[in-house]
Design a protein around this ligand. Structure first.
Ligand code: GN1
Ligand code: MG
Length: 364
């Protein structure tokens, strides 16, 4: 245990209205931007209690209070519509805020829900339930007034802008890395048109704006410890107006990849069609009835778009010296980009098959 983190977490916890004494912490390393810790408390009667403490990355989320306001509104809406279901519960400080700001950052604290998460999973039941959970999440927010939400990261899933940023930064090439990533860069540019199809159709008014989660990795669904039921969708930091394809595509590019998102074994990256089908079944069982023809017709290409979009983000971050995504070693973002590119290439081969499965699931 790092003594300085221990001391800081203890101090932060002390600001919140929670009972018991702070014992220890473990860092949960799944997220690529925020820092997350599970803290262990002992209550007055001797029983243990766990909370999650998170330091929000304020380089990424420039307006952290707005992030919290969005989450408050969205969870309130979900709680009102689905009584009895779990939702994230943020604790208040003695000043009645849901956050603490100190010299080390922006902190929040919520109940730990005993559960299991998956970074990679081949249990089709779990995958289908994840699809169901993200679909249900979107449906619950179907009548939520999007104008109440702050745009906490403007143009988050604007693939065209992501490409423009990569081109701009590659021209500056501050670390002199561009030549070493030329094949990746050139490939991404060669598919720019197709990768930006979703964004372009939205700008042409052909796709409706909804309230979306925008970070639909399956590890953002908590599952029962001893079963396959989904308990709750978490990580609501990026809930903002968005396209159904952003949520569907992002989930597929993560869950249906044959290897983990940052696997150096990118030769084996590719889409697992059984997982694709299972997730699609779950997701569309909730959403199919409300989707427009254009939305349905763009679901397969949205997977490709999201894989390319994230490739440009990882590659761009690598070129800039990795200021955005947390890395474990210098080439981490390049490895991530290569893995997404390999996946995107494989998706191109499977696009027709993916769309057929989608149409199949819509009919069910
Ligand atoms: C970031 O931190 P995490 O894992 O929740 C990123 C997502 C990316 C993801 C890739 C706010 O999410 O957009 O898809 O990494 N979140 C933000 O793993 O940029
Ligand atoms: Mg996230």
């Amino acid at each position: 245990m790092d003594q300085s983190i221990y001391t800081e977490l203890k101090r932060v916890c002390n600001e919140f209205c929670i009972k018991g004494s702070f014992d220890s912490y473990v860092e949960l390393k799944q997220g690529n931007v925020n820092s997350t810790y599970k803290v262990h408390f002992t209550q007055a009667d001797g029983t243990p209690k766990e909370y999650i403490v998170q330091r929000l990355n304020t380089f990424v989320f420039k307006q952290p209070i707005q992030v919290m306001e969005n989450i408050d509104k969205v969870t309130e809406h979900i709680r009102a519509k689905s009584t009895g279901k779990l939702a994230l519960h943020f604790h208040h400080t003695k000043e009645r805020n849901t956050y603490v700001i100190d010299e080390y950052g922006f902190w929040r604290l919520f109940n730990y829900i005993p559960s299991k998460t998956y970074d990679i999973c081949d249990d089709l039941n779990v995958i289908k339930n994840a699809g169901n959970a993200f679909g249900e999440f979107q449906m619950l927010l179907g009548d939520f007034d999007a104008s109440l939400l702050h745009d906490t990261i403007p143009f988050f899933h604007d693939t065209e802008r992501r490409y423009e940023k990569l081109i701009f930064d590659a021209r500056k090439d501050p670390e002199g890395l561009l030549e070493s990533v030329r094949p990746e860069y050139d490939w991404l540019m060669s598919v720019r048109d197709q990768a930006c199809a979703l964004t372009r159709m939205f700008k042409e008014g052909k796709l409706p704006l909804r309230v979306t989660h925008n970070d639909t990795k399956i590890n953002n669904v908590l599952f029962e410890k001893d079963g396959t039921e989904a308990l709750v969708v978490i990580d609501l930091d990026t809930v903002m107006p968005g396209l159904v394809g952003n949520d569907f595509g992002d989930a597929i590019r993560f869950a249906a990849n044959k290897v983990e998102e940052d696997s150096p074994d990118f030769e084996h990256a590719g889409i697992n069609m059984d997982i694709f089908r299972a997730f699609t079944e779950g997701f569309l069982s909730q959403t199919a009835g409300t989707l427009t023809k254009n939305e349905i017709e763009t679901l397969a290409i949205s997977c490709f778009a999201m894989a390319c979009e994230l490739s440009t983000r990882f590659l761009d971050d690598y070129i800039l010296g990795s200021p955005y995504f947390k890395i474990n070693y210098p080439e981490h973002n390049l490895v991530r980009a290569r893995c997404q590119i390999a996946l995107a290439k494989d998706m191109l081969i499977h696009l027709d098959e993916m769309q057929r499965i989608i149409v199949d699931c819509v009919k069910k």
